[in-house]
Design a binder for this molecule. Sequence first.
Ligand code: N01
Length: 551
Amino acid sequence: MSQTKETSPPSTTREPRQIDALIVGAGFGGMFMLHRLRGLGLTCQVVEAGTGVGGTWYWNRYPGARCDTESMQYSYSFSPELQQEWSWTERYAPQPEILRYANHVADRFDLRRDIRFETRVVSAHFDANANRWTVTTDKGDRISARYCVMATGCLSNARLPDIKGRDSFQGATYHTGHWPHEGVDLSGKRVGVIGTGSSAIQAIPVIAEAAAHLFVFQRTPNYSIPARNGPMTREYEHTWKADYEQRRAQARMTRNGILANFNDQSALEVPETTRRRNYESRWVTGGTTFMASYNDLITSKAANDTAAEFVREQIRALVKDAKVAELLAPKDYPIGTKRICADTLYFETYNRDNVTLVDLRSSPIEEITATGIRTADHSTDLDAIVFATGFDAMTGTLLKIDIRGRDGAKLSDKWEAGPRTYLGLMCAEFPNMFMITGPGSPSVLSNMMVSIEQHVDWITDCLAHMGSRQMSVIEPTQKAEDDWVAHVNEVASKTLYPSAASWYMGANIPGKPRVFMPYIGGVGRYRKHCEEVAAKGYEGFMMAGGRSVAA
Ligand code: N01
């Protein structure tokens, strides 16, 4: 189905290289997209900023980094051979193992020959006369592609907070999302960690083992469930592999793409003793699927309170110093409305003599100095500062690229008041530009592997459909986009999510619009909807075959 005869790849010549599809990012989304589009016979180029594949697992190498979705579920399902052959060593795979897996996939499917590493896309402009995207990179490449697929990841734009004096610190500084590849030796050092999100909660227990003293600078405490990680048993692996196709199919239709023993009962319809037994049993089993204890934890404040209070009780039991325990127990937002965490001995770490919790609520950071961090009432001397301060999530990476659609429309203008998409897959005015796990899709609320595969398959089917009908341009209608945005907001407004100042809401970035960005309607429901859209001839999309698309 190749529509473009590929030209040789000069990088700085005036004539751009002509290909069918340009894919931005070689994480799990970009790699699978490349594999699928090659299967359609398209000429493809992936552009990747890192020196290797793996996306988020390439960049996030901080101590303790691991996936908090179970290994047997956090992997590709598209190749029965791959999923049977690969063996995970732990219940939750550590980052180096996930990166090995990504590299294995790249080798197994011969992906590297179409990936340009150490190169960043800086602009993507749509030419409505040719119906092609012209993409430029920081290496001077100009590439002309019929389709542009943004596989840029949801959490790929690491964020350093604007703290006064940030760059004056004379010791070492690190961001969890940009951890040095050669590793960092923090042994014997006085280390400050700023932040207590998922990354910090994984890193803190490991850093505490090495550091002379660890100071944790906490603004908002987080709910965390013990991961109960451990070695993968051959029996457990076997039960999954013996039934993989069916389990994968079931997971695709769940609320968040994970088989999780979801209890479809209200927390309020069972007696307190039953509820407690359920929470206790899930606490012992471990993992973020604790939120699957009842069906209304994310919609009813009263139901949510029962789970939140249970977790607070566990924190109080785990942390010996009652004052510290109280500081670590979240109270001002519902459990699950900021990303729930899974940990290994996180709360217990605060019982160590070499760990100090610094409460920024009572004494905010005033300045980073040459020698450490000064809060309103204390100065702490440090040898190293670890910023575990998160990401400009979901939109940050896309908006760093100068993306212009029809008539020069800028994506940054279109999304000024928050992201607007149809299905999280495409935007009106931006023909032939697809997003993998874009805002408006379940994305970060789901098992990313499941959502990535669903988007890649949908895009592939869509391009195959277009190819078979001599169509070469696709764009959502404004109405379809408006209706979808309204639906995404309506569904979110029926949950407790908007009540928390989370990165889901853009609340971690000063000035970012407060809009709930992912789609909370559920992975299964969303998948069905996307399938129906396709079955109805790509309802809500305009397609054209010629050189221009009708508005
Ligand atoms: O980032 P975060 P993350 N002064 O934004 C604090 C995924 N993930 O990298 O809450 C002081 O969650 C901030 O405080 P507050 C997962 O989806 C997955 O930890 O804004 N503190 C917060 O505590 C996750 O949700 C895995 O008050 C400041 C922290 O920094 C997402 O990545 C593992 C501050 C940032 O937390 C992001 O997690 C790890 C300031 N100026 C991550 N600015 C898996 O296992 C920010 N903070 C799959």
